[in-house]
Design a protein around this ligand. Structure first.
Ligand code: NAD
Length: 447
């Protein structure tokens, strides 16, 4: 007997699940196109990183394309003919019959679009980072909490699908380095900028600079913000406080994900950071931050550290040059170290137990299941939100909140305590001002 649910029975199930959960969602959560069972998706930010999702999106109905640069529409329409185009994402979210959105815009708009989309009962895939302030991460997570199990979410940390993520997690959980004590992640990308670019030229026709700024405080137009090639233009603007979160939002999202997944992280109880001198325009290149994380159900309390822009953890052995690993993670347990990049891992047992008889490796049947195609995992969960995604907004908001708290501690210049329940520092009130930022008039994250 075929036990696979048919598209129709899945839709009924999803609708029923929504009702049982007391959802305010009254329309079917997906599949407006009943015949094909495809999702109606809006792609917001159609060029750059958006291009990387075209192939996965071609399995669904792309019904809306949104970009502040109209020059990007002709090529996108060739791939997704018939889609309606929008220049303002707030209008795009109201596209009739929409099921889901993929957000590929610059970082300073992510939390806004994600939060608005969730509030409109849309499934959301958001490029990393989910937020650029502690407060934004908390706002999106709070909305997501009210939709959990009814809407599918995923943050674009697609490296998470690489098998090494599971293998590292298994080794840590199975005690290959004993009891976990400390974890470190680092990235060596260095993109120094002197400050916001001075006013230069005017936006080309069809380029809506005011909408590009969106909620960010005003900075004059300069083509240097848009000089990068497709998929790497983010490096032209992501070091600036008002447009990004520096290296934390950039490779930090991917690399901390390798660590966060392995340690089953949760919000820290303290943060401490140091780095190069503070610049009010630009996030630091060289910086390191350290956090205390509470115990969970399988380990005691641990410290987590993030190093960037040349700052590095100390290598456990002189013959191991950690700087040869551009973006990596290291874990210290009571019986050894585990060092990893995105694809590989090595164990360095120490002390009298270096024979590793204390460790029993898993049988192949017990290995963690593969994530598969990262976007597809989300599409599948949109069709059946009882399915989990690897980087949902709970997991991802917690991780980026911790990382962004590091920037708060960096600005305060001393170790701060952190209360994850309220999102405030009980011992350093001056830190609270750096957890959030001012937005331009007319922009409200809770719209
Ligand atoms: N997951 C990854 O591996 C990965 C790789 C590269 C970039 N990214 C992320 O993708 C995002 C975009 O990076 P990018 O290099 O493509 O940037 P980009 O500057 O090229 O912008 C991408 C697209 O968004 C459009 N856009 C800008 N503001 C918009 C708005 N308010 N509404 C609608 N469209 C808007 C741009 O015109 C462009 O077409 C960043 O957040 C970045 O962190 C992720």
């Amino acid at each position: 007997m075929n036990t696979q649910p048919t598209p129709l029975s899945r839709r009924r199930f999803v609708g029923a699940a929504g009702l049982v959960a007391g959802s305010m969602i009254t329309r079917p959560l997906f599949g407006q196109n009943a015949a094909s069972n495809k999702l109606n998706v809006a792609l917001i930010g159609v060029w750059g990183r958006g291009l990387a999702h075209y192939e996965a999106l071609s399995e669904e109905n792309v019904v809306a394309l949104c970009d502040i640069n109209e020059a990007h529409f002709p090529d996108a329409l060739k791939r997704f003919p018939g889609a309606t185009t929008y220049i303002d994402w707030r209008k795009c979210l109201d596209h009739k019959g929409l099921d889901a959105v993929m957000i590929c815009t610059p970082d300073h708009t992510h939390a806004f679009i994600a939060n608005w989309a969730l509030k409109r009962n849309l499934h959301v895939y958001c490029e990393k980072p989910l937020a650029i302030t502690v407060d934004e991460a908390r706002t999106v997570r709070a909305t997501w909490e009210t939709k959990k199990g009814k809407l599918a979410t995923q943050v674009g940390m697609q490296r998470h699908a690489q098998p090494n993520f599971n293998r590292v997690k298994e080794l840590i959980r199975d005690g290959a380095i004993g009891e976990l004590k400390d974890a470190y992640a680092w990235g060596n990308r260095q993109i120094p900028k002197p400050g916001y670019f001075p006013e230069e030229g005017t936006p080309p026709p069809g380029f809506h600079y005011d909408l590009w700024l969106g909620p960010a405080p005003f900075h004059p137009y300069n083509p240097a913000y848009f000089s990068g090639k497709a998929g790497a233009n983010c490096l032209s603007w992501n070091m600036f406080w008002d447009f990004g979160a520096g290296q934390i939002g950039d490779m930090g999202s991917h690399t901390m994900d390798l660590l966060w997944n392995a340690v089953d992280g949760s919000l820290p109880t303290s943060a401490e950071a140091k780095g190069e001198a503070y610049n009010s325009d630009v996030t630091p290149v060289n910086c390191e931050s350290h956090f205390e994380l509470p115990a969970n159900d399988w380990r005691g309390p641990i410290t987590v550290s993030w190093y960037q822009g040349g700052a590095m953890p100390r290598s456990p052995k002189p013959f191991i040059d950690l700087t040869k690993i551009g973006h990596g993670a290291m874990f210290k347990g009571t019986k050894g170290f585990l060092i990893a990049d995105f694809d590989t891992r090595m164990i360095l047992p120490f002390g009298d137990d270096a024979d590793m008889t204390y460790y029993k490796s898993r049988k192949s049947d017990d290995l963690l299941p593969a994530v598969g195609v990262f976007q597809k995992q989300w599409f599948d969960a949109c069709r059946d939100p009882s399915k989990k995604t690897a980087c949902d907004f709970g997991y991802s908001a917690d991780m980026i909140e911790m990382m962004l708290l590091g920037l708060v501690a960096y600005r305060v210049g001393k170790k701060i305590k952190y209360d994850g329940k309220t999102g405030t520092s009980p011992d350093t009130p001056e830190a609270n001002a750096f957890m959030k930022k001012e937005y331009r008039d007319g922009w409200n994250i809770d719209g």
